[in-house]
Design a protein around this ligand. Structure first.
Ligand code: ADP
Ligand code: MG
Length: 369
């Protein structure tokens, strides 16, 4: 028998086979307390209030845990509903295509290879770790890499929903995810990918069973050409995040990306500087490999919030390569802490943006964890 940990308990619960039981909304983060005393286990589960229609059957959960851990004689299960403090981007266009989604965020870059997908994945996991319901759409037609970065290999299932065929998003680390890589084949010429991109993204918004989400994050194709512009206009965006590296070539392209969003009236929620600096693991000395302060300078110059800088670090790359984002894999690392902070800065910017557009400052409910 395996040890009793959050993850083995979650596995046990996820074995419940009942379509009324929405286990999709349960993540490691949902388990707030786990205390074992001999043959007795106390477990507190927190679920977002937006899933309250879900049948979180007490008895079924207790049975599932007993099934995997027969030595437990007593299980005290407490289920709490948590009030979400994520505000909603009120927009008729969004209501029409994504009625259950509160906010949509594009992660963009002027240039490829700056770590846009790495940042998108880790930000999405970070938001989910703080209790939000998060979806991720891999919209990068040039290099769809999200399935790899999340270690997801299976194809999404198609279900019949009120006479309409819908895709069930794949799941990993508490996220729901769909990738354009599932539709385009690696050998498909790039010139064909462009025209199909906006059609595919439309389908990802309307024909995927996203359910209720606080954030739907889009990993956009890099660049500022026609394809990117069309996509930005296809998605009803709450705002965009721009990823850059500190080098001048990358900063020039980040400025172009900012201008593109400005032109189509999509607010830029902030700039993130990736591969900002390197901290030597032995001496802890900080090296500004690609120069320093560029991202922050461009933010100031263009009047957009600077959300933070992420250091260059082998463990960040390894996380991507092995399909376990660092924020999930090594939560106690400095890098994960930095990314968690950036994700909180981002959700703050989303709330600011939403209170501006609704013409009133919404009172934010405190986290009741
Ligand atoms: N902060 C970082 N530290 C180390 N490696 C990184 C970092 N950010 C990204 N990488 C690595 O750089 C490469 C490009 O990143 P990726 O996210 O695929 O870029 P993009 O989506 O912009 O093309 C990947 O191998 C990735 O693991
Ligand atoms: Mg990418």
């Amino acid at each position: 028998m395996s040890a009793i940990t959050k993850s083995t308990i979650l596995n046990a619960i996820k074995k419940i086979d009942d379509k009324n039981f929405n286990k999709n909304s349960l993540t490691l983060n949902s388990i707030k307390k786990l205390e074992q005393e001999g043959e007795s286990l106390t477990i507190d589960i927190s679920i977002p209030q937006l899933n309250k229609e879900t049948d979180f059957n007490h008895e079924k959960i207790v049975d599932a845990i007993k099934n995997d851990f027969p030595s437990l004689k007593e299980i005290h299960l407490n289920i709490q509903t948590r009030v979400s403090n994520v505000t909603t981007h009120k927009d008729p266009k969004k209501e029409a295509v994504l009625p259950g989604v509160k906010n949509t965020i594009a992660v963009a870059s002027g240039k490829g290879g700056v770590g846009k997908s790495t940042v998108a994945v880790n930000l999405a996991v970070a938001l989910a770790k703080d209790g939000a319901s998060v979806g991720l759409i891999d919209a990068d037609i040039y290099g769809p890499s999200i399935p790899l970065m999340l270690g997801v290999k299976e194809k999404p299932e198609l279900i019949e929903d009120n006479g309409k065929a819908r895709l069930i998003p794949l799941e990993a680390y508490g996220l729901k995810m769909i990738s354009i890589g599932l539709l385009v084949d690696d050998n498909m010429p790039i010139i064909w990918r462009g025209p199909m991109a906006s059609g595919a993204i439309k389908q990802f918004m309307t024909d995927v069973a996203w359910g209720e989400l606080d954030y739907l994050v889009f990993d956009m194709p890099p660049g500022t050409g026609d394809i990117q512009l069309t996509l930005v206009q296809t998605i009803p965006l709450t705002g965009a995040v721009i990823v850059t590296t500190p080098q001048e070539v990358s900063l020039i392209d980040a400025r172009k990306a900012l201008k593109m969003f400005e032109r189509v009236n999509v607010p830029v929620l902030g700039l993130i500087e990736n591969m900002s600096y390197f901290i030597a693991p032995d001496t802890k000395t900080k090296y500004d490999i690609f120069g320093s302060g560029g991202g922050e300078r461009v933010s100031k110059e263009l009047g957009v919030p600077f959300l933070g800088g992420i250091p260059i670090n082998t463990r960040i790359r390894e996380g991507g390569d092995k399909g376990i984002p660092i924020v999930f894999d090594i939560p106690d690392s400095d890098e994960s802490g930095i990314i968690m902070d950036i994700s909180r800065n981002l959700s703050e910017q989303v709330n600011i943006r939403n209170s501006k557009s609704s013409g009133k400052v919404e009172i934010l409910l405190g986290d009741d964890d």
